[in-house]
Design a binder for this molecule. Structure first.
Ligand SMILES: [Zn+2]
Length: 280
C-alpha cells in the first residue's frame, strides 16, 4: 500500500483561486488543480492508494469552516483514499476544546504551519497546543524549516523544533520536509529525534511557475538515504506536498534513491498504515 502522508486540497469552489494565489506568492508550479478530484486523478496516475490531507488554518476565525470541510471530505471519501487531518491555529478560541472535539469526531490529527500562522513553533501557545494533542494521542504534522513563501523567517527552524520536542515529547509529531526543507545543516540535528519525518519536497526539486528548477537545494539520493537511516527507517513517511510536487515524480525519486525493498515498503506505506492504526 502506498500512502502519501502530506497533501493539500481546497474546496472545489475555492481551489482555482487558492492555488493560483499560492503559486504566485511562492513562485511554485502547481501539479494539480488543488481540488479533491485533481488529487484523486494524480493518485490514480501515480499508483498512490491513500492520501492524508493537511489543512492549514491561517486565520483563527476559519477554524470551524475548515474543520467542517475536512469532516465532509472524510465522510465522502471514507475507505476511498482521502483522509483529512483537522485544522487548528494557536490563536483559535479555546484550542484545547477544539482539539478534544476533533479527537472525539475521529480525526487522526492536526496540521500546524508556524510561518503561515505567524507563531513560532516554540512559542508557549504552540507548546500548550501540542501538549494537549499529545494527551489526546493526535498526530501533529508540522511544517519544518524553510518556506518559499517566507524566505528568511525562522519560525519553523530546526533549533526551534528541537526546543518543542524537548518540551513536549510526543512520538506522533511529524516534521515535514525531512525536518528542514532546505536547511540541511541544521535539520541534521533532528535526524534521529523521537518523532516522524516526512519526505515532502525534500528529494527531487520543485519548480518555479515558469517550469525552471528552484534554487533551494533538495537532498541528493545519497543524502536522502543517509538521512532516512540516521533518523530510523521506521519513522519516515512518504509525502509529496501535492499539488506542490508531482506525486509520480516524488514516488520515483524515493524508489530510485537506493533504499532497500524493505526500507521502501516501510517508508512508502507500512509506517503510515501503522501510524494511522490501519494495520493488523
Ligand atoms: Zn505542505
Amino acid at each position: 500500500m502506498i500512502i502519501d502522508f502530506h497533501t493539500h486540497t481546497f474546496p472545489d469552489a475555492l481551489a482555482p483561486r487558492a492555488v493560483a494565489g499560492m503559486a504566485a506568492a511562492a513562485d511554485m508550479m502547481p501539479y494539480s488543480d488543488g481540488a479533491a478530484g485533481g488529487l484523486l486523478s494524480s493518485m490514480a496516475r501515480a499508483g498512490v492508494d491513500a492520501a492524508v490531507l493537511a489543512p492549514v488554518v491561517t486565520k483563527p476565525s476559519q477554524t470551524g469552516d475548515i474543520n467542517r470541510t475536512a469532516e465532509a471530505v472524510n465522510a465522502a471519501f471514507r475507505g476511498r483514499g482521502l483522509l483529512s487531518l483537522g485544522g487548528i491555529h494557536p490563536d483559535t478560541e479555546d484550542p484545547e476544546r477544539v482539539l478534544e472535539d476533533l479527537a472525539a469526531r475521529g480525526f487522526p490529527g492536526v496540521k500546524l504551519h508556524p510561518l503561515f500562522q505567524g507563531v513560532p513553533i516554540d512559542d508557549e501557545r504552540n507548546i500548550r497546543l501540542v501538549a494537549r494533542a499529545a494527551a489526546l494521542d493526535l498526530i501533529v504534522l508540522i511544517h519544518a524549516g524553510f518556506d518559499p513563501n517566507y524566505p528568511g523567517l525562522d519560525y519553523a527552524a530546526p533549533r526551534r523544533l528541537l526546543r518543542l520536542l524537548e518540551r513536549v515529547p510526543h512520538r506522533k509529531i511529524i516534521l515535514a520536509h525531512m525536518a528542514g526543507f532546505a536547511d540541511w545543516g541544521e535539520a541534521r540535528a533532528l535526524w534521529g529525534a523521537p518523532c516522524y519525518i516526512d519526505t515532502a519536497v525534500a528529494l527531487g526539486p520543485w519548480r518555479r511557475r515558469n517550469g525552471e528548477l528552484s534554487p533551494a537545494t533538495p537532498l541528493d539520493s545519497a543524502g536522502f538515504v543517509e538521512a532516512v537511516r540516521r533518523h530510523g527507517v521506521d519513522r519516515v513517511l512518504f509525502g509529496s506536498d501535492s499539488p506542490w510536487s508531482d506525486q509520480s515524480e516524488a514516488l520515483s525519486a524515493v524508489r530510485a534513491s537506493g533504499l532497500t525493498d524493505s526500507e521502501l515498503s516501510a517508508v512508502l506505506g507500512g509506517n503510515g498504515a501503522r501510524l494511522l492504526g490501519w494495520e493488523g
